[in-house]
Write a protein that binds this ligand. Structure first.
Ligand code: AMP
Length: 424
């Protein structure tokens, strides 16, 4: 063991037992996205580093400290994607999909950030998210928020809380930034090292500091609402009205700024009190300026969100929403020799009829084969021994209660079908 190679810290294996809940989530999410008219998009895991520097922002934690970046053999500077939005915008532009067109897409896959691993925070983690392009109206912001609502509803989640805020358009954000810098400069003594660093580069991020003294200071910090341009103010008002109309409860969190620079106007986050420190399960918002920033000839308004799948799965487990694994239908137990051939062809017929079947491999005793069947979480063992071969029959043994009966091997599929349908 000591010599064996281990996985990289913060990058987890997803073992078969864990994946049942993941598959449920993926299936339900794909269906919810389809119901809203979103199509799937699949993109590379590696992109040019510059893509993330220009979109997420040079001065963000992600780009400054957390990206897995490297030079490939051609000397190109590349990074493993830390999030999905930048790649989607790159692909939209590259393939000319934004010319006078509305696009609604969803994606899922692994993301990579070199953060300090802990419960709910990993270096390879998975997101499932959506991006929509070409719509300035508040209806789009509410459309994507209602998609998350619909997903929580379909999953059966009850402990999620929606927080919203606005960051205004770029001019109002600049004015707000200056006001914040002035406020923090005047209170430098209360700032920790991290906040002092952010003061130079990204003062808005001081608002979501976890430092006690800074949290206290933030209570009296200027509020973006005082610096909003009229249009952004109306936009935010409209978003809130539409949420009210749909009966989607929310709280405004004036400290919600998100860790990525590309957001403008509406930002939101879904949190829960059931996951401890890593309480955010989904983050998103509007990013009207990003397409142009990444080389688009025109401004294309857009909005999206990303859900942290590890955290959502953990929450599903806590709220006991993961369905148990579906049991395998049959396990074929057989004597060596001719029974094996019968077993193999029977297995194929059963699978053709849509039932799942595991055929025993190897010459072991009936007892040990039945034990294996038990361990595989199977409903019924199909026994083919000397007797059965002679009488052209199959013995069916219910593994729950040990009940046993015989069916003809010739009409097996039809007979077992009849038996199972009357039982259900
Ligand atoms: P972000 O892309 O930072 O807006 O994150 C969106 C969501 O992804 C968060 O709300 C988390 O649920 C999840 N997430 C972000 N970073 C990590 C991480 N290192 N490990 C696990 N989940 C993460």
């Amino acid at each position: 063991m000591s010599n064996s190679i281990q996985a990289i810290r913060g990058m987890n294996d997803q073992l078969p037992g864990d994946l049942i809940c993941w598959q449920q989530l993926e299936k339900i999410a794909a269906e919810v996205f389809r119901l809203f008219g979103y199509q799937e998009i699949r993109l590379p895991v590696v992109e040019k580093t510059e893509l993330f520097a220009r979109s997420i922002g040079q001065a963000t934690d992600i780009v400054e400290k957390e990206m897995y970046s490297f030079q490939d053999r051609n000397g190109d500077q590349l990074s493993l994607r830390p999030e999905g939005t930048a790649g989607v915008v790159r692909a939209m532009l590259q393939h000319g999909l934004l010319h006078n067109a509305i696009q609604r897409v969803w994606y899922t896959g692994p993301m990579f950030r070199h953060e300090r691993p802990q419960k709910g925070r990993y270096r390879q983690f998975h997101q499932i998210g959506v991006e929509a392009f070409g719509m300035t109206e508040a209806e789009l912001d509410v459309e994507i928020i209602s998609m998350t609502c619909q997903l929580w509803k379909q999953l059966g989640l009850t402990s999620t809380v929606l927080e919203i805020n606005t960051l205004g358009a770029s001019d109002s954000r600049l004015a707000y930034r200056s006001a914040l810098v002035e406020y923090y400069q005047a209170n430098r003594n209360s700032l920790d090292e991290d906040s002092l660093r952010r003061l130079e580069k990204n003062p808005l991020r001081i608002l979501d500091s976890k430092n006690e003294a800074v949290i206290e200071l933030n209570k009296n910090a200027p509020d973006i609402l005082e610096y909003l341009d009229d249009e952004s103010s109306q936009h935010f008002q409209h978003v809130k009205e539409l949420l009210d109309n749909l009966g989607i409860p929310y709280v405004r969190n004036p400290k919600l700024v998100r860790g990525l620079d590309y957001y403008s106007r509406t930002v939101f986050e879904w949190t829960t009190d059931k996951l401890g420190a890593q309480s955010a399960i989904c983050g998103g918002g509007r990013y009207d300026e990003l397409v142009e920033k990444l080389g688009g000839k025109k401004r294309v308004p857009a909005a999206g969100f990303a859900i942290g799948m590890e955290r959502l799965i953990e929450l599903m487990k806590i709220e006991q929403l993961c369905q148990p694994e579906k049991r395998q239908d049959f396990y074929i137990v057989q004597t060596p020799g001719a029974a094996r051939e019968t077993g193999l062809s029977l297995a194929m017929q059963i699978r053709d009829a849509g039932y799942s079947v595991t055929a025993n491999v190897g010459d072991t005793s009936f007892k040990s084969q039945l034990k294996k069947a038990d361990r595989c979480n199977v409903r019924m063992a199909l026994i083919i021994g000397e007797n059965e071969l002679e009488t052209s029959s199959i013995t069916v043994k219910q593994l729950d209660d040990g009940e046993q009966f015989s069916l003809s091997s010739e009409n097996f599929v039809a007979e077992v079908n009849k038996y199972l349908t009357t039982k259900e």
